[in-house]
Write a protein that binds this ligand. Structure first.
Ligand SMILES: [Zn+2]
Ligand SMILES: [Zn+2]
Length: 546
């Protein structure tokens, strides 16, 4: 008998790197056709030095590579499309997504020299496509980026509503408002599982509307005299639109700064989203504008060192300067993990006498994800038999499931990446577990997380490295070994230098009467013991024999 399966390989039990699979077939481990929904990355945290990006490990799927019949991308956020250049070429199956998302995806593919010719199919809101045994309908929902589509996925044995990222915004500034009418058609339709965004499931109330942010920015911008720097997530095209319209109203020219801003604006213009706004000013020309007539829209709200805002704060920007009396507005949230960088950035602006406005001072940002009341509204619109929370850490997933339960949906399952769920009109149940994990992008190389060199790099970054080079002739040490140290403090303890402490440890080994045992480990143990004694830390020691 054939079954319908759901398998998250990324984004369930964690924030970021979403990768979801839906399958229909006899055996989930071999004879099932799969479709992939989203293929995203997560930006690396501290503790993994040198890892640029992390993404889901698709090993399970790779074992049945030909069974992947298509990839559908719900929207263009990095946590939904960022891994495509690294994972998709291996499968090379058809891709379905909207024009806006496709234009950003194509840019990524071209950057990585990936041949995607004839593989991208443009999907519009309301379109119905058939892939293998699935019939899939794209249903537009509001979010913090244009052209986000939820998916109504029908297999011969189950109906599933996959929300993607969403919120309820009746006035999103750009694009159509939340269309509950489009979802009301669900009244007659049995939905066996609602696979639902959990990001804000622990936040009471509602996420708020982009139009309200626009009104608030209007008041704030109208009351500022000097130059304004406004930083937001570049992908929030509605926010860019609101800021541009508000700036025009208050007789300010908008300067775009940062590669991310230009990328998104180009993609939005290509699909007509930013029509009707005055042209943006290039940053090279910003110096000609009077301060009170300037608003600079820039990247870097998370304190990213290489982004425009950080360069401006540190006087490293080629064209833009911030001066006393200017104002910087952080029209964004603080992504957990970025606190220190953001505070550092704000301190640098404060030193210059620049005024700082954040979400703590004024209403300058709304989230793109549903809070409790919006989730309840969705449950009531869709009336699913079961909820499978995704897109969140465990506490978000459990809160989403508890909310569903409290609202009469008794059959919900909290799972993490790697759990295959069977979905039918009888309900949802665990089928099996498969391997899941992360891949690290380390420069141009992709490695499994469990063999990532970042673990060793992290160790060396704490303890430093000592290299000992030993020449051996006829099994005897010849001459004096050469010692180099990396990342250790140059201590001079008891009148003995660091190198001499190492040399002393080597003499203890070479001068010993006991010639048995492994010379390499004897040297390592002796050096580590000696340096631990004087420094208090155990360095990494490498020995090279010639
Ligand atoms: Zn997302
Ligand atoms: Zn998103």
């Amino acid at each position: 008998m054939k079954n319908t399966y759901f398998l998250p390989l990324g984004g369930t039990g964690e924030i970021g790197m979403n990768l979801n699979l839906y399958g229909y077939g006899e055996d989930s481990h071999s004879e099932t056709d799969w479709i992939m929904v989203d293929c995203g990355v997560t930006f690396s945290q501290a503790g993994l030095p040198g890892v640029d990006l992390q993404m889901p490990d698709p090993t399970f799927l790779a074992s049945q590579k030909d069974n992947l019949k298509g990839v559908i991308l719900t929207h263009a956020h990095e946590d939904h499309i960022g891994a495509m250049p690294f994972i998709w070429p291996y499968f090379n199956c058809p891709i379905y997504t909207t024009q806006f998302t496709a234009s950003l995806l194509i840019e990524k593919f071209e950057e990585h020299n990936i041949d995607y010719d004839g593989k991208i199919n443009i999907l519009k809101e309301g379109d119905v496509i058939n892939i293998a045994s699935f019939e899939i309908k794209a249903i537009g929902l509001t979010h913090s980026i244009p052209e986000m589509n939820a998916l109504l996925i029908k297999s011969p044995s189950a109906n599933i509503f996959h929300t993607g990222d969403w919120k309820i915004d009746h006035n999103p500034v750009v694009g159509n408002g939340f269309n509950s009418k489009g979802l009301l058609g669900f009244d007659d339709l049995r939905i066996d599982a609602l696979v639902c965004d959990s990001t804000n499931a622990i936040v009471p109330g509602r996420s708020g509307s982009e139009l309200d942010v626009k009104d608030s920015l209007d008041k704030i911008i109208g009351g500022i005299e000097g130059r304004i720097f406004l930083s937001t997530f570049a992908s929030n095209v509605a926010r860019l639109y609101s800021v541009a319209e508000t700036a025009e109203k208050h007789d300010r020219h908008v300067v775009l700064s940062g590669r991310g801003m230009h990328r998104i604006v180009n993609a939005a213009k290509a699909v007509g989203i930013l029509d009707g706004l005055p042209e943006f000013v290039d940053e090279e020309d910003a110096g000609y504008l009077p301060a009170e007539k300037t608003l600079i829209l820039c990247t870097g709200s998370q304190g990213e060192h290489r982004a425009a805002l950080s360069k401006i704060a540190n006087d490293r920007h080629q064209h833009l300067v911030a001066e006393k009396g200017d104002t910087v507005i952080f029209s964004s949230k603080v992504i957990p993990g970025n606190e220190a960088g953001i505070l550092n950035l704000q301190n640098n602006f404060a030193k210059k006498g620049v005024n700082i406005i954040t979400g703590k001072d004024e209403f300058v940002h709304v989230s793109g994800h549903p809070c409790e009341d919006e989730l309840i509204e969705m449950f009531n619109l869709i009336k699913p038999k079961a909820v499978i929370p995704v897109h969140g850490e465990f506490r978000h997933l459990t809160a989403n499931a508890a909310l569903a339960e409290a609202n009469g949906i008794k059959n919900s399952l909290v799972i993490e990446n790697g759990t295959i769920i069977k979905i039918s009109d009888k309900g949802v149940s665990v089928d099996s577990e498969v391997s899941s994990g992360r891949l690290h992008k380390d420069g141009k190389i992709i490695v499994y997380d469990y063999e990532s060199p970042s673990i060793e790099r992290s160790k060396i970054s704490h303890t430093g490295l000592i290299v000992v080079s030993v020449v051996m002739v006829n099994n005897k040490v010849k001459g004096k070994p050469v010692v180099k140290t990396f990342g250790l403090p140059e201590f001079d303890k008891e009148g003995i230098s660091l190198i001499d402490w190492v040399n002393q440890a080597l003499s203890n080994v070479f001068g010993s009467k006991n010639k048995g045992g492994n010379l390499e480990s004897k040297i390592r143990n002796s050096v580590v013991r000696q340096i631990k004694g004087v420094w208090g830390k155990r360095p990494k020691v490498e020995i090279i024999f010639h």
